[in-house]
Design a protein around this ligand. Structure first.
Ligand code: SF4
Length: 342
């Protein structure tokens, strides 16, 4: 008999289920708190739940139906997990600690593989397997919390997959993260390569997480070379969606820009980007390209990177160069799972 996965449930659904077994509402509340607030890894951890009911739960239910298949710990404290789901498929998730901050950020995957085919991305190269279900997305956070005993404070949907290509499950996961894990929606970032209709759909929900856009080029021609999505929803169509999201959230959008040596890191490119972003309320995150074995793209020169940053800052934007986290354990995102899912 397949066991019921309790981390799939909203609080209300868990209460309904526990009451259906003949137990009282407070029992469901105890179990809810053990799963979502106290990092219980098994029903035996739930010491205030009577023994007979724990035996019932052990027989009929499970907290999670996935497991940590591999764990790599970097010198800087970053932990990369490979999570194996019940059908044997795997996805990566990364826990990032920042020494100078109390934030604990979790970068989650939303799909096994990805259909978007961005040329600079290891996940894109490995093709698409399937969407992750909402609870499978959230399970990545639960695994990290159970493993470390720490409480995650921020979540970014920047792991494998295009979150807005798995819209229903991602919206459901946002609700679970917000309600069950009590992480404010403003501390959740959804990153997209630019599926315009889904950005608009997200702007019509009452969730409005922080939006991050993988822009990576300042014009249609360059963007088309590396991001197939540009042929469907071009940079100008994307611009209109960003204006709408800006207006609704009053929050800054994060613009992600991978600096690729000799491709999109010139003075001219910086000026084009400044022009494009002039009226968008945004912060810019520059990411030095990390070459994947066998591809044609190069790391940017340090001087070009600093000059690019300086020009953007001079235009009034807040710009950061993304810290390389977990460089000693890191194959580019997607490589570890890519190997195992083949
Ligand atoms: S960069 Fe993101 S959207 Fe593009 S292929 Fe990789 S995972 Fe998919």
């Amino acid at each position: 008999m397949k066991k019921i996965v309790l981390s799939r449930f909203s609080k209300e659904a868990l209460i309904d289920y526990i009451i259906s077994t003949g137990e009282k509402k407070f029992r469901a509340e105890q179990i809810f708190s053990w799963i979502w607030a106290k990092n219980a890894s098994s029903f035996d951890d739930m010491t205030d739940v009577k023994k007979e009911f724990r035996a019932f739960l052990n027989e009929n239910c499970t907290i999670l139906d996935s497991k940590i298949k591999m764990r790599q710990i970097s010198k800087d404290g970053t932990i990369k997990y490979l999570i194996e789901f019940s059908d044997g498929n795997c996805a990566e998730t990364v826990l990032m600690r920042f020494d100078n901050r109390s934030n604990l950020s979790m970068c989650v995957s939303s799909q096994v593989g990805c259909k978007m085919g961005c040329k600079f991305c290891a996940t894109g190269k490995n093709g698409f397997k399937r969407n992750l279900l909402a609870y499978e997305i959230v399970s990545q956070i639960l695994h990290a919390q159970i493993d470390t005993g720490l409480k995650i404070t921020n979540v970014v949907f920047m792991g494998q997959g295009e979150p807005l290509d798995n819209f229903e499950n991602v919206v459901e996961a946002l609700k679970l993260i917000n309600k069950n894990l009590q992480i404010s929606i403003r501390r959740i970032t959804v990153s997209t390569c630019g599926i315009v209709p889904k950005i608009l759909e997200l702007s019509n929900t009452d969730l409005l997480p922080t939006l991050a856009i993988s822009l990576h080029a300042p014009n249609h021609t360059l963007r088309s070379e590396v991001m197939p999505i540009e042929k469907k929803y071009d940079i100008n169509t994307l611009y209109d969606a960003l204006k709408i999201y800006n207006k609704l959230t009053k929050d800054r959008i994060t613009i992600e820009y991978i600096l690729i040596g000799g491709f999109n890191d010139s003075l001219e490119n910086a000026n084009e980007l400044i022009k494009y972003l002039k009226n968008i309320k945004c912060n810019i995150n520059l990411i030095p390209y990390n070459p994947i074995k066998g591809d044609k793209f190069k790391k940017p020169e340090r001087n070009n990177m600093l000059r690019f940053k300086y020009l953007l800052e001079a235009s009034g934007k807040k710009v950061t160069i993304r810290l390389e986290r977990g460089a000693d354990i890191d194959a580019a995102c997607g490589q570890l799972a890519g190997k195992l899912n083949k």
